[in-house]
Write a protein of this length. Structure first.
Length: 297
């Protein structure tokens, strides 16, 4: 049972940072950016390339985050700001085109073969019946620290209050003298950097590959919708719920249903679990589980 808890934390760490960035951007610009998951894939490849060039691993990941954030900001200034003049539907379609272009760009430069990090082999950490690697432990710890720092920023700083005000009522926030464009640029950069970090850390375990963003698309959007689009901390809670559901589906013994001693669901059904949670959320809570908090702040 404890292994399920550990696996849930690991999977939630995969999703939380990227869902957080997606929800941050939606709160300000009000359109779902499909290309956001591809920023994670781009960050993974950048971290690998910088590591292969001789940078220390931590330095490679940090520089990858900064580069991905700068790339995200550039797209906001040159592409999305113009697309938004045509409305959120046009911006969403444009983000799909951007996602495809990012994948094509990475494939043209790095090729289609996965890139695996050359990490030292260490004994796993044993916690009761559960086992996890040092890399996974660092990933979970890093995610936890960043989420705590973001919560402090959101609720105890002037910038955080400005972000919440703009997400709640942009017109009133602008009338109050807030610099909406500066805050939007800051959020665009931060969301890309956080996505790059999530992708880089995930690639340490799975490698950098072209399907990384595509594999994250459904569970990340399901987490963001479940938590209430525009509610970053709600997206994190949604990521935990999605991770728990996926872990439960593939770890529970369903043998008693089919008359066998042992019967587990195939790993391919992880996506089906995300589909189910997303469908139920859209049917019964289309504004997310925490929609009241989104409307109140």
């Amino acid at each position: 049972m404890f292994q399920i808890v550990v696996d849930t934390l690991l999977r939630a760490s995969d999703l939380a940072l990227i869902a957080l960035g997606l929800s941050m951007v939606y709160g300000l610009v009000k359109f779902p950016n499909i290309a956001h998951v591809q920023y994670a894939m781009l960050g993974a490849y950048l971290a690998y390339a910088l590591r292969a060039a001789g940078l220390p691993l931590v330095g490679a990941i940090v520089l990858s985050c900064m580069t991905t954030g700068a790339f995200t900001l550039l797209l906001h200034l040159l592409v999305f700001r113009r697309l938004l003049r045509g409305g959120p539907a046009i911006a969403m379609i444009g983000s799909l085109a951007i996602a495809m272009l990012v994948v094509a760009l990475v494939q043209g430069i790095a090729g289609s073969f996965p890139r695996m990090f050359n990490l030292p082999v260490t004994a796993p950490i044993v916690l009761g019946e559960a086992r996890l690697s040092h890399t996974q432990l660092y990933f979970v710890a890093t995610t936890g620290v960043l989420l705590a720092l973001f919560a402090l920023l959101l609720f105890f700083t002037r910038t955080g209050r400005a972000m919440r005000a703009m997400a709640s009522n942009p017109a009133l926030a602008a009338a109050s003298g807030l610099d909406a464009e500066r805050i939007t640029r800051l959020v665009a950069f931060a969301s890309g950097a956080v996505a790059g970090l999530g992708g880089s850390m995930l690639a340490l375990s799975t490698g950098a590959h072209l399907n990384l963003g595509q594999d994250l698309l459904l569970p990340v959007f399901a987490a963001a919708i479940l938590g209430g689009l525009g509610n970053p901390l709600g997206a994190v809670a949604g990521a935990v719920l999605i991770a728990f559901t996926e872990t439960l589906v593939t770890n529970l013994n369903f043998g008693w249903l089919v008359g066998r001693d042992v019967a587990f669901m195939p790993v391919a059904y992880i996506g089906a679990a995300s589909f189910l949670i997303l469908l139920l959320a859209l049917l019964f809570k289309p504004y997310g589980l925490f929609d009241r908090e989104v409307r109140r702040v």
